[in-house]
Design a protein around this ligand. Structure first.
Ligand code: PLP
Length: 492
């Protein structure tokens, strides 16, 4: 059972000879000592593994062109946007701030896509200047865009438009993660989509594609096949009526991941992508539609397993029914258990496979009874001061986090494992990612300290302070044991 728990961690995870969990060849204990807790570690090898599954399956099963957009809403920071650029992926940005971040990461405009359910005038303006694609959510937004396009300087290059369809279908997931039911706040109904196509053609707007996103964290891809049929019926109707057909079709993202050992095995990315690719190819053939570019939009299934959250246990409390393990992070860095009742799991960093002594409730330090990360989890005896690691922490934790109770944003480290060379791998330092050589445009991000993305400002990032915070980490104001540590040293 505990080995299964370990399997939820990043692909480079190992238990070292000294009994400590290591990721990318680095001991979590050592990283926590240097950078403090809560601490988030991202493993580049895990990202690479999941991205390879997407790419290989698309290449094997889709006869037309394809592309992958990373859904930045899952987790976005400068290093992540640089990784997206380095991999040649598209980036989905929501709003002006994320577009600014993409620009700071030197993300190519031709792979920048903008989503948003109620884009502000500033969001629309920024998207027009910076994006390659705007995904239109509603008819009023389309009218606003048409007005902005009409007043744009002659010769300005305009983003292509995709229409976000609401196919009226539900995937099997938490109600808060469903996004395509007929009464959802997202997107256009099929009738509205047809109206939008007519409007775009009448106004000579650069309409390029159709998009839908059924929801998030589902494991049964069957509703996707139905949604593709609905979308292709609509595309065929458009073609019959207007001659227009989509050059791009994006069925969004949403593929699920296991958070708990009981959720294993990992849902297969390959099976999901193959189903989408084959359904789309056959559906187009049946309706005499040219094959569109198939553009997938994964977030969680790329990044969730890559992330580990490391907490320090502050106190153990026994109540009549429960053993409470009180950690130094919780709802402020991971609100998902409170929002979605996600069932997480955890291991002590030292000797993770020691046998459980009974159930434990792992809670954070914040003033909410709902600040509980994990309920009723078999755990060994653990002592105050020990480190506890939560796997599958890479998606929708920090992105949804807050400064509740004045909580500071945890440090985030992204690691590229050193090339594994048998037994020396654990001792060889991993390189902090991104390395300067791989990201020549990011001068200065060349040491552990600078590449470590620290959200250590007590209040949320605003555009003027975003880049400086990421580039020049000010001394961390977080008090650890009554002291305020300065910036972390480089790797030596
Ligand atoms: C439009 C859109 N695309 C893609 C995603 C990514 O979903 P996931 O991270 O579950 O893959 C989301 C998430 O909500 C979304 O709203």
């Amino acid at each position: 059972m505990l080995e299964d728990r370990l399997a939820l961690f990043p692909v480079t995870t190992a238990v070292q000879e000294d009994g400590q969990i290591a990721v990318a060849g680095l001991s979590l204990q050592a990283l926590a000592e240097t950078h403090g807790t809560p601490l988030y570690i991202f493993d580049a090898a895990t990202l690479k593994t999941h991205l390879a599954s997407y790419r290989q399956t698309l290449a094997a099963h889709y006869p037309g062109p394809s592309a992958i957009t990373y859904a930045g809403k899952a987790f976005l920071c400068l290093a992540m946007a640089q990784w997206v650029e380095h991999q040649g992926l598209w980036l989905d940005c929501t709003g002006t701030s994320e577009l600014y971040l993409a620009e700071q990461a030197a993300l190519a405009r031709r792979r920048t896509l903008v989503h948003g359910v109620n884009k502000s005038p500033a969001d629309l303006q920024a998207a027009l200047q910076r994006a390659a694609v705007i995904v239109v959510d509603n008819l009023l937004e389309l009218e606003r865009l048409a007005a902005l396009v009409a007043s744009a300087a002659p010769g300005s290059s305009l983003p292509a438009l995709w229409l976000r369809l609401r196919p009226g279908l539900a995937v099997d997931t938490h109600a808060y993660a469903q996004t395509a039911r007929s009464d959802s706040k997202f997107g256009l109904s099929p009738d509205e989509t047809l109206q939008a196509v007519r409007f775009c053609l009448a106004q000579a707007l650069p309409l390029e594609g159709l998009h839908f996103h059924l929801g998030s964290q589902y494991r049964d891809p069957a509703p996707l096949a139905t949604a593709l049929q609905v979308t292709l019926d609509l595309a065929a109707a458009c073609q019959d009526e207007t001659g227009w057909h989509p050059a791009v079709l994006s069925p969004g993202g949403g593929w699920g991941v296991p958070y708990h050992e009981d959720d294993l095995p990992q849902p297969s990315i390959a099976a999901y992508v193959a189903l989408v690719a084959q359904t789309l190819a056959q559906g187009c053939q049946q309706r005499n539609l040219p094959l569109p570019r198939l553009q997938l939009e994964p977030g969680r299934s790329l990044v969730a397993q890559a992330g580990v959250a490391v907490y320090r246990l502050g106190a153990v409390k026994h109540t009549p029914q429960r053993r409470w393990l009180l950690l130094d992070g919780g709802i402020a860095d991971n609100p998902r258990p409170a929002l979605y009742h996600t069932r997480y799991t955890a291991l002590p960093v030292q000797d993770p496979l020691r046998p459980p002594s009974g159930p434990a409730w792992l809670a954070g330090p914040y003033c909410q009874s709902g600040d509980v990360l994990i309920e009723d989890l078999p755990m060994p005896q653990v002592q105050p001061g020990e480190l506890i690691a939560l796997p599958v922490s890479g998606a929708y934790h920090l992105a949804l986090g807050s400064n509740y109770n004045g909580a500071l944003r945890p440090a985030v480290l992204c690691w590229q494992a050193a090339a594994p060379t048998s037994s020396s791998a654990a001792k060889q330092p991993a390189t902090c990612w991104p390395a300067t050589s791989a990201f020549p445009k990011c001068n200065g991000i060349n040491s552990l300290h600078r590449a470590a993305v620290r959200y250590n400002h007590p209040y949320d990032v605003s555009i003027p302070s975003f880049a400086p915070l990421l580039y020049h980490h000010p001394p961390a104001p977080r008090a650890v044991g009554g002291q305020c540590p300065g910036p972390a040293p480089g790797p030596g």
